[in-house]
Design a binder for this molecule. Structure first.
Ligand code: GLV
Ligand code: MN
Ligand code: MN
Length: 413
Protein backbone atom coordinates (compact mmCIF):
# COMPACT_ATOMS: atom_id res chain seq x y z
CA UNK A 1 0.00 0.00 0.00
CA UNK A 2 1.13 3.50 -0.82
CA UNK A 3 1.87 4.97 2.62
CA UNK A 4 0.24 8.24 1.51
CA UNK A 5 -3.10 6.47 1.58
CA UNK A 6 -2.73 5.21 5.12
CA UNK A 7 -5.18 6.45 7.74
CA UNK A 8 -5.44 5.73 11.42
CA UNK A 9 -8.43 3.80 12.77
CA UNK A 10 -10.48 6.42 14.59
CA UNK A 11 -12.57 3.78 16.37
CA UNK A 12 -9.47 2.04 17.73
CA UNK A 13 -8.03 5.35 18.93
CA UNK A 14 -11.34 6.07 20.67
CA UNK A 15 -11.32 2.62 22.31
CA UNK A 16 -7.76 3.09 23.56
CA UNK A 17 -8.65 6.48 25.04
CA UNK A 18 -11.76 5.03 26.66
CA UNK A 19 -9.82 2.09 28.13
CA UNK A 20 -7.25 4.51 29.56
CA UNK A 21 -10.00 6.78 30.92
CA UNK A 22 -11.23 3.87 33.09
CA UNK A 23 -7.94 3.99 34.99
CA UNK A 24 -8.44 6.70 37.58
CA UNK A 25 -11.88 7.54 36.15
CA UNK A 26 -13.78 10.01 38.34
CA UNK A 27 -17.55 10.16 38.96
CA UNK A 28 -17.65 13.50 37.11
CA UNK A 29 -16.42 11.85 33.90
CA UNK A 30 -12.77 12.86 34.13
CA UNK A 31 -9.64 11.10 35.33
CA UNK A 32 -7.35 11.43 38.29
CA UNK A 33 -4.07 9.76 37.45
CA UNK A 34 -1.50 11.69 39.41
CA UNK A 35 2.14 11.05 38.55
CA UNK A 36 3.55 7.91 40.20
CA UNK A 37 0.22 7.03 41.83
CA UNK A 38 -1.22 3.50 41.62
CA UNK A 39 -3.41 4.72 38.76
CA UNK A 40 -0.33 5.94 36.87
CA UNK A 41 1.23 2.50 37.41
CA UNK A 42 -1.85 0.67 36.11
CA UNK A 43 -2.04 2.91 33.04
CA UNK A 44 1.67 2.31 32.39
CA UNK A 45 1.16 -1.47 32.70
CA UNK A 46 -1.62 -1.32 30.11
CA UNK A 47 0.46 0.94 27.85
CA UNK A 48 3.37 -1.53 28.00
CA UNK A 49 1.08 -4.43 27.08
CA UNK A 50 -0.04 -2.46 24.01
CA UNK A 51 3.56 -1.71 23.04
CA UNK A 52 4.35 -5.43 23.26
CA UNK A 53 1.41 -6.31 20.99
CA UNK A 54 3.11 -4.47 18.13
CA UNK A 55 6.57 -5.81 18.93
CA UNK A 56 8.15 -2.56 19.99
CA UNK A 57 11.49 -2.67 21.76
CA UNK A 58 10.77 -1.27 25.22
CA UNK A 59 13.11 0.92 27.24
CA UNK A 60 12.39 2.45 30.62
CA UNK A 61 14.83 5.04 31.90
CA UNK A 62 15.76 6.05 35.44
CA UNK A 63 13.08 8.78 35.40
CA UNK A 64 10.40 6.25 34.46
CA UNK A 65 10.11 7.62 30.92
CA UNK A 66 8.82 4.74 28.75
CA UNK A 67 10.07 4.43 25.17
CA UNK A 68 8.95 1.93 22.55
CA UNK A 69 11.04 1.58 19.42
CA UNK A 70 10.13 0.23 16.00
CA UNK A 71 13.26 -0.51 14.00
CA UNK A 72 13.90 1.25 10.71
CA UNK A 73 15.85 0.09 7.67
CA UNK A 74 18.87 1.94 9.03
CA UNK A 75 19.03 1.89 12.79
CA UNK A 76 22.11 4.07 12.84
CA UNK A 77 19.94 6.98 11.79
CA UNK A 78 18.44 8.99 14.68
CA UNK A 79 14.79 8.02 15.21
CA UNK A 80 11.60 10.01 14.91
CA UNK A 81 9.96 10.33 18.33
CA UNK A 82 6.38 11.05 19.35
CA UNK A 83 4.33 10.91 22.52
CA UNK A 84 3.18 12.93 25.50
CA UNK A 85 2.17 12.00 29.05
CA UNK A 86 -0.09 9.54 30.88
CA UNK A 87 -0.32 11.48 34.16
CA UNK A 88 -3.20 13.89 34.80
CA UNK A 89 -4.30 16.76 36.97
CA UNK A 90 -6.40 16.08 40.09
CA UNK A 91 -9.93 15.68 38.71
CA UNK A 92 -8.47 16.27 35.27
CA UNK A 93 -9.69 15.31 31.82
CA UNK A 94 -9.61 12.24 29.56
CA UNK A 95 -7.54 13.82 26.77
CA UNK A 96 -4.73 15.98 28.17
CA UNK A 97 -1.51 14.08 27.52
CA UNK A 98 -3.02 10.69 26.89
CA UNK A 99 -4.26 11.75 23.43
CA UNK A 100 -0.65 12.33 22.36
CA UNK A 101 0.43 8.94 23.69
CA UNK A 102 -2.53 7.03 22.24
CA UNK A 103 -2.27 9.01 18.98
CA UNK A 104 1.37 7.98 18.55
CA UNK A 105 0.45 4.39 19.48
CA UNK A 106 -2.32 4.36 16.88
CA UNK A 107 0.14 5.66 14.28
CA UNK A 108 2.57 2.88 15.16
CA UNK A 109 -0.21 0.28 15.05
CA UNK A 110 -1.06 1.38 11.51
CA UNK A 111 2.59 1.32 10.46
CA UNK A 112 2.97 -2.13 12.05
CA UNK A 113 -0.11 -3.79 10.55
CA UNK A 114 0.70 -2.44 7.09
CA UNK A 115 4.27 -3.68 7.45
CA UNK A 116 5.62 -0.29 6.43
CA UNK A 117 9.40 -0.19 6.40
CA UNK A 118 10.61 3.25 7.33
CA UNK A 119 14.23 4.24 6.70
CA UNK A 120 14.48 5.63 10.24
CA UNK A 121 13.29 4.01 13.47
CA UNK A 122 10.06 5.40 14.92
CA UNK A 123 9.69 5.69 18.68
CA UNK A 124 6.88 6.41 21.11
CA UNK A 125 7.32 7.96 24.54
CA UNK A 126 5.39 8.49 27.76
CA UNK A 127 7.15 11.25 29.72
CA UNK A 128 6.85 10.93 33.51
CA UNK A 129 5.21 13.72 35.52
CA UNK A 130 4.37 16.25 32.86
CA UNK A 131 1.66 17.88 34.93
CA UNK A 132 3.75 19.08 37.84
CA UNK A 133 0.72 18.98 40.09
CA UNK A 134 1.81 16.22 42.48
CA UNK A 135 5.54 16.87 42.10
CA UNK A 136 6.52 20.31 40.86
CA UNK A 137 7.76 21.34 38.41
CA UNK A 138 5.92 20.27 35.28
CA UNK A 139 7.72 18.44 32.45
CA UNK A 140 10.09 17.08 35.07
CA UNK A 141 11.31 13.99 33.26
CA UNK A 142 11.60 15.42 29.76
CA UNK A 143 13.54 18.14 31.59
CA UNK A 144 15.98 15.58 33.00
CA UNK A 145 16.15 13.58 29.78
CA UNK A 146 17.05 16.69 27.77
CA UNK A 147 19.70 17.64 30.33
CA UNK A 148 17.89 20.80 31.48
CA UNK A 149 17.13 19.50 35.00
CA UNK A 150 19.20 17.39 37.41
CA UNK A 151 18.15 13.80 38.03
CA UNK A 152 18.94 13.83 41.75
CA UNK A 153 17.15 17.12 42.26
CA UNK A 154 14.14 15.58 40.52
CA UNK A 155 14.32 12.47 42.76
CA UNK A 156 14.10 14.74 45.81
CA UNK A 157 10.98 16.65 44.73
CA UNK A 158 8.29 16.10 47.35
CA UNK A 159 4.53 15.88 47.15
CA UNK A 160 2.28 17.54 49.71
CA UNK A 161 2.56 14.50 51.99
CA UNK A 162 6.34 14.62 51.94
CA UNK A 163 6.71 11.61 49.61
CA UNK A 164 9.71 11.87 47.34
CA UNK A 165 9.57 11.48 43.57
CA UNK A 166 12.45 8.97 43.52
CA UNK A 167 10.85 6.78 46.20
CA UNK A 168 7.45 6.82 44.56
CA UNK A 169 9.01 5.96 41.20
CA UNK A 170 10.65 2.97 42.88
CA UNK A 171 7.43 2.04 44.68
CA UNK A 172 5.39 1.77 41.48
CA UNK A 173 8.20 -0.27 39.89
CA UNK A 174 9.07 2.13 37.11
CA UNK A 175 12.56 3.26 38.00
CA UNK A 176 14.29 1.87 34.92
CA UNK A 177 17.94 1.18 34.36
CA UNK A 178 18.60 3.24 31.25
CA UNK A 179 20.22 6.60 31.98
CA UNK A 180 17.74 9.45 31.49
CA UNK A 181 20.01 11.08 28.98
CA UNK A 182 19.06 12.37 25.60
CA UNK A 183 20.25 10.78 22.40
CA UNK A 184 20.02 12.26 18.90
CA UNK A 185 16.43 12.64 17.71
CA UNK A 186 15.65 13.42 14.07
CA UNK A 187 12.22 14.91 14.81
CA UNK A 188 9.78 15.04 17.72
CA UNK A 189 6.01 15.46 17.30
CA UNK A 190 3.44 15.84 20.06
CA UNK A 191 -0.29 15.62 19.42
CA UNK A 192 -2.34 17.40 22.10
CA UNK A 193 -5.68 18.98 22.79
CA UNK A 194 -5.53 22.76 22.51
CA UNK A 195 -6.76 23.33 26.09
CA UNK A 196 -8.09 26.75 25.09
CA UNK A 197 -10.95 28.27 23.08
CA UNK A 198 -9.28 29.44 19.85
CA UNK A 199 -9.81 26.51 17.46
CA UNK A 200 -13.45 26.14 18.43
CA UNK A 201 -14.05 29.87 18.05
CA UNK A 202 -12.40 29.92 14.63
CA UNK A 203 -14.16 26.72 13.57
CA UNK A 204 -10.83 25.03 12.69
CA UNK A 205 -9.88 21.39 13.23
CA UNK A 206 -6.09 21.44 13.44
CA UNK A 207 -4.03 23.95 15.40
CA UNK A 208 -0.43 24.42 14.35
CA UNK A 209 1.49 26.08 17.19
CA UNK A 210 4.65 27.97 16.31
CA UNK A 211 5.91 27.44 19.86
CA UNK A 212 5.12 27.51 23.57
CA UNK A 213 4.87 30.46 25.93
CA UNK A 214 7.49 30.97 28.64
CA UNK A 215 6.48 29.62 32.05
CA UNK A 216 7.52 31.08 35.41
CA UNK A 217 6.66 29.33 38.68
CA UNK A 218 7.13 30.67 42.22
CA UNK A 219 6.28 29.35 45.67
CA UNK A 220 5.42 31.96 48.29
CA UNK A 221 5.42 31.27 52.05
CA UNK A 222 3.78 33.89 54.26
CA UNK A 223 4.47 33.72 57.98
CA UNK A 224 1.79 35.06 60.36
CA UNK A 225 1.12 34.72 64.06
CA UNK A 226 -1.42 32.02 64.93
CA UNK A 227 -3.73 32.75 67.84
CA UNK A 228 -7.20 32.13 69.23
CA UNK A 229 -9.66 34.11 67.10
CA UNK A 230 -12.06 35.03 69.91
CA UNK A 231 -9.96 36.84 72.50
CA UNK A 232 -7.39 38.31 70.05
CA UNK A 233 -8.31 41.88 69.05
CA UNK A 234 -8.37 42.73 65.33
CA UNK A 235 -5.81 45.42 66.03
CA UNK A 236 -2.23 44.13 65.77
CA UNK A 237 -2.96 40.71 64.22
CA UNK A 238 -0.52 39.09 61.80
CA UNK A 239 -2.98 37.13 59.71
CA UNK A 240 -1.05 35.22 57.05
CA UNK A 241 -4.19 34.43 55.04
CA UNK A 242 -5.27 38.08 54.83
CA UNK A 243 -1.78 39.00 53.63
CA UNK A 244 -1.91 36.20 51.05
CA UNK A 245 -5.38 37.31 49.92
CA UNK A 246 -4.10 40.79 49.13
CA UNK A 247 -1.11 39.32 47.30
CA UNK A 248 -3.27 36.97 45.27
CA UNK A 249 -5.39 39.84 43.98
CA UNK A 250 -2.20 41.64 42.93
CA UNK A 251 -1.28 38.59 40.85
CA UNK A 252 -4.72 38.58 39.25
CA UNK A 253 -4.39 42.25 38.26
CA UNK A 254 -0.86 41.85 36.93
CA UNK A 255 -1.69 41.09 33.25
CA UNK A 256 -3.91 44.19 32.96
CA UNK A 257 -1.22 46.28 34.62
CA UNK A 258 1.52 44.97 32.32
CA UNK A 259 -0.47 45.41 29.10
CA UNK A 260 -2.22 42.01 28.81
CA UNK A 261 0.38 40.07 26.84
CA UNK A 262 0.53 37.50 29.61
CA UNK A 263 -1.50 35.47 32.10
CA UNK A 264 -0.89 35.17 35.83
CA UNK A 265 -2.52 32.75 38.24
CA UNK A 266 -2.51 31.56 41.83
CA UNK A 267 -3.88 28.02 41.60
CA UNK A 268 -2.69 26.37 44.78
CA UNK A 269 -2.94 27.56 48.37
CA UNK A 270 -2.32 25.88 51.73
CA UNK A 271 -3.46 27.59 54.88
CA UNK A 272 -2.07 26.44 58.26
CA UNK A 273 -3.35 25.24 60.59
CA UNK A 274 -6.61 25.73 58.67
CA UNK A 275 -9.01 25.91 61.55
CA UNK A 276 -11.97 28.26 61.69
CA UNK A 277 -11.02 29.47 65.14
CA UNK A 278 -7.31 30.00 64.71
CA UNK A 279 -5.82 33.11 63.06
CA UNK A 280 -3.88 31.69 60.09
CA UNK A 281 -0.24 31.26 61.08
CA UNK A 282 1.23 30.30 57.73
CA UNK A 283 0.17 30.29 54.09
CA UNK A 284 1.89 28.73 51.13
CA UNK A 285 0.67 29.65 47.66
CA UNK A 286 1.96 29.29 44.11
CA UNK A 287 2.30 31.86 41.32
CA UNK A 288 2.26 30.89 37.63
CA UNK A 289 3.14 33.59 35.07
CA UNK A 290 3.15 32.84 31.33
CA UNK A 291 3.98 34.89 28.28
CA UNK A 292 5.62 34.62 24.89
CA UNK A 293 7.54 37.72 26.00
CA UNK A 294 9.92 36.40 28.68
CA UNK A 295 11.19 39.88 29.60
CA UNK A 296 7.63 40.94 30.26
CA UNK A 297 7.03 37.90 32.48
CA UNK A 298 10.20 38.62 34.46
CA UNK A 299 9.36 42.32 34.81
CA UNK A 300 5.85 41.37 35.91
CA UNK A 301 7.26 39.11 38.61
CA UNK A 302 9.62 41.83 39.86
CA UNK A 303 6.70 44.23 40.00
CA UNK A 304 4.42 41.93 41.95
CA UNK A 305 7.26 40.86 44.24
CA UNK A 306 7.54 44.49 45.37
CA UNK A 307 3.83 44.51 46.13
CA UNK A 308 4.23 41.27 48.11
CA UNK A 309 7.02 42.82 50.21
CA UNK A 310 4.97 45.93 50.90
CA UNK A 311 1.91 43.89 51.92
CA UNK A 312 4.04 41.58 54.09
CA UNK A 313 5.50 44.56 55.92
CA UNK A 314 2.16 46.30 56.38
CA UNK A 315 0.59 43.14 57.83
CA UNK A 316 3.57 42.02 59.89
CA UNK A 317 3.89 38.75 57.96
CA UNK A 318 7.42 37.95 56.77
CA UNK A 319 7.82 36.28 53.40
CA UNK A 320 9.93 33.55 51.87
CA UNK A 321 9.90 33.12 48.12
CA UNK A 322 11.25 30.20 46.06
CA UNK A 323 11.82 30.73 42.36
CA UNK A 324 10.75 27.17 41.71
CA UNK A 325 11.10 26.85 37.96
CA UNK A 326 11.13 28.64 34.67
CA UNK A 327 11.27 27.70 31.00
CA UNK A 328 11.59 30.51 28.47
CA UNK A 329 9.31 30.47 25.44
CA UNK A 330 10.37 28.13 22.66
CA UNK A 331 9.95 28.35 18.91
CA UNK A 332 9.36 25.07 17.10
CA UNK A 333 11.30 23.93 14.01
CA UNK A 334 9.96 25.83 11.03
CA UNK A 335 10.33 22.87 8.72
CA UNK A 336 8.26 20.56 10.93
CA UNK A 337 5.65 23.22 11.64
CA UNK A 338 5.23 23.77 7.90
CA UNK A 339 5.10 20.02 7.35
CA UNK A 340 2.29 19.56 9.88
CA UNK A 341 0.30 22.39 8.27
CA UNK A 342 0.90 21.01 4.78
CA UNK A 343 -0.18 17.51 5.80
CA UNK A 344 -3.32 18.83 7.48
CA UNK A 345 -4.12 20.74 4.27
CA UNK A 346 -3.56 17.71 2.05
CA UNK A 347 -5.79 15.60 4.30
CA UNK A 348 -8.53 18.20 3.93
CA UNK A 349 -8.54 19.53 7.50
CA UNK A 350 -8.94 23.23 8.26
CA UNK A 351 -5.94 24.72 10.08
CA UNK A 352 -5.03 27.61 12.30
CA UNK A 353 -1.58 28.91 13.27
CA UNK A 354 -1.26 29.65 16.98
CA UNK A 355 0.89 29.66 20.10
CA UNK A 356 0.60 27.13 22.93
CA UNK A 357 -0.46 28.71 26.19
CA UNK A 358 -0.08 25.39 28.00
CA UNK A 359 3.26 23.80 28.82
CA UNK A 360 4.25 20.54 27.11
CA UNK A 361 7.21 18.17 27.08
CA UNK A 362 7.72 19.50 23.55
CA UNK A 363 9.05 22.62 25.25
CA UNK A 364 12.15 20.85 26.59
CA UNK A 365 12.48 18.49 23.63
CA UNK A 366 12.44 21.41 21.18
CA UNK A 367 15.57 22.72 22.89
CA UNK A 368 17.53 19.65 21.73
CA UNK A 369 15.73 18.36 18.61
CA UNK A 370 13.53 19.66 15.78
CA UNK A 371 10.02 19.67 17.23
CA UNK A 372 6.43 20.47 16.29
CA UNK A 373 3.00 20.00 17.84
CA UNK A 374 -0.46 19.28 16.46
CA UNK A 375 -3.50 20.62 18.32
CA UNK A 376 -7.13 19.59 18.15
CA UNK A 377 -10.05 21.63 19.55
CA UNK A 378 -11.14 21.54 23.17
CA UNK A 379 -14.92 21.72 23.53
CA UNK A 380 -15.82 24.99 25.27
CA UNK A 381 -12.08 25.61 25.60
CA UNK A 382 -12.16 23.62 28.87
CA UNK A 383 -9.21 21.54 30.11
CA UNK A 384 -7.63 20.40 33.40
CA UNK A 385 -11.22 19.68 34.48
CA UNK A 386 -13.44 16.61 34.43
CA UNK A 387 -15.61 17.95 31.60
CA UNK A 388 -12.57 18.32 29.32
CA UNK A 389 -13.72 16.99 25.96
CA UNK A 390 -12.77 16.75 22.29
CA UNK A 391 -14.82 15.32 19.43
CA UNK A 392 -13.75 11.83 18.41
CA UNK A 393 -13.53 12.88 14.77
CA UNK A 394 -11.13 15.67 15.76
CA UNK A 395 -8.97 13.18 17.69
CA UNK A 396 -8.93 11.07 14.53
CA UNK A 397 -7.98 14.09 12.38
CA UNK A 398 -5.10 14.91 14.72
CA UNK A 399 -4.02 11.26 14.67
CA UNK A 400 -3.94 11.27 10.87
CA UNK A 401 -1.83 14.42 10.75
CA UNK A 402 0.53 12.87 13.29
CA UNK A 403 0.77 9.59 11.34
CA UNK A 404 1.86 11.39 8.20
CA UNK A 405 4.27 13.65 10.05
CA UNK A 406 5.89 10.49 11.45
CA UNK A 407 5.98 8.77 8.06
CA UNK A 408 7.48 11.77 6.29
CA UNK A 409 10.15 12.42 8.90
CA UNK A 410 10.98 8.72 9.15
CA UNK A 411 11.49 8.59 5.36
CA UNK A 412 14.19 11.25 5.37
CA UNK A 413 17.49 9.54 4.79
C1 GLV B 1 0.73 21.74 32.05
O1 GLV B 1 -0.30 21.11 31.99
C2 GLV B 1 0.71 23.18 32.19
O2 GLV B 1 0.49 23.87 31.18
O3 GLV B 1 0.85 23.65 33.32
MN1 MN C 1 -0.60 17.90 28.63
MN1 MN D 1 -1.96 19.37 31.62
Amino acid sequence: MDPRNLRIKGERLKNSLEEMAKIGGTPGGGVQRLALSDEDRRARDLFLSWLREIDLEIMIDEMGNIFGKRAGKNNNLPPVLSGSHIDSQPKGGRFDGILGVMGALEGLRVIHENRIETPRPVMIVDWTNEEGTRFSPAMLSSGVWTGKLERDWAYGRMDIQGKKFGEELERIGYRGKQPAKRWPIHAYYELHIEQGPILEKKGKIIGIPKGINGLYWYDVYVEGKANQVGPTPMEGRSDALCAAAEMILKVNKLPAKMGENMVATVGEIHNFPNSRNIIPGQVHFTVDIRSWDDDLAIRAWKDVEKDFERIAKKRGCPLRIDKTWSVPHVTFAEKLVKRAAEIAKNLGYSRHPMVSGAGHDASYVSQIAPTAMIFVPSIDGRSHVEVEDTKWEDCEAGGNVLLHCLLQSASEE
